[in-house]
Design a protein around this ligand. Structure first.
Ligand code: VGL
Ligand code: ZN
Length: 232
């Protein structure tokens, strides 16, 4: 044994903590929990159900009381929304189409304004959430991001709200990791916030490898990846 260790050299030691764990975070007044799109349509039985999407709910319910500041988002589309395959004759869900602002994935109809599918999950327990921000309400423009619509320029006002309230760090949870969570996290970085995505408080759709791609893009943008156990 001694021989093997000697061959590996000092660099192989110590054997504990192979990857740098984040120090425990105690959320304070400059932190916000951003709960993305935990709506019936994205939960089991919904029209755009995310696999195991309901698994995020107990994690979010346990995290939320630790945050003084909580903001919730709702995907909030018009009935004829341009992101729906049904609005494009001959197109099927999960195909793509070219929009004036770029490539758009076409989805099953989901989160239509005022419908039960667009409601937040009744199992969420976040009575102290201060703001619900609705996005994707322009019939012609999607908005995965809670900050900027898919045209890349129309702002939702969320960055301004958070900055006026002195928020510096955003902790992101919800659905779906590779769409609305990732786009929100990356736009939050662009707006100058420190951003942490809470991995076990999110679930992804994973279209053609989109989940791995999203984690890679988030890392490149300086988004940190954490887990709920790190938040005390
Ligand atoms: C979402 C696809 C379409 C999301 C919203 O919440 O991640 N994904 N609309
Ligand atoms: Zn949507």
């Amino acid at each position: 044994r001694r021989g093997v260790l000697a061959m590996l050299g000092a660099a192989a030691l110590p054997l504990a903590s192979p990857r740098q764990a984040m120090a425990h975070v105690k959320p304070g007044r400059r932190d916000v929990l951003l709960v993305v799109d935990v709506q019936n349509c994205f939960l089991p039985g919904g029209s755009l159900a995310v696999k195991d999407g309901d698994a995020v709910i107990p994690v979010i319910n346990a995290l939320a009381p630790k945050f003084r500041n909580v903001v919730v988002t709702q995907d909030w589309h018009t009935p004829d929304h341009a992101s729906f395959a049904s609005a494009h004759p001959g197109k099927k869900p999960f195909e793509t189409v070219q929009m004036p602002y770029g490539q758009q994935v076409l989805w099953p109809d989901h989160c239509v304004q005022g419908t039960p599918g667009a409601e937040l999950s009744p199992a969420l327990r976040i009575p102290h959430a201060q703001l619900v921000i609705r996005k994707g309400h322009d019939p012609g423009i999607d908005s995965y991001s809670a900050f900027v619509e898919a045209d890349g320029k129309t702002r939702t006002g969320l960055a301004g709200y958070l900055k006026e309230r002195g928020i510096e760090r955003i902790f992101v949870a919800g659905l779906a990791t590779d769409f609305c969570v990732a786009w929100s996290a990356m736009d939050a970085r662009k707006a100058g916030f420190d951003v942490f995505v809470i991995e076990d408080a999110c679930r992804g759709i994973d279209l053609d490898g989109s989940l791995a791609a999203a984690w890679k893009e988030m890392a490149a943008a300086g988004v940190e990846r954490t887990v709920s156990d790190e938040i005390v």
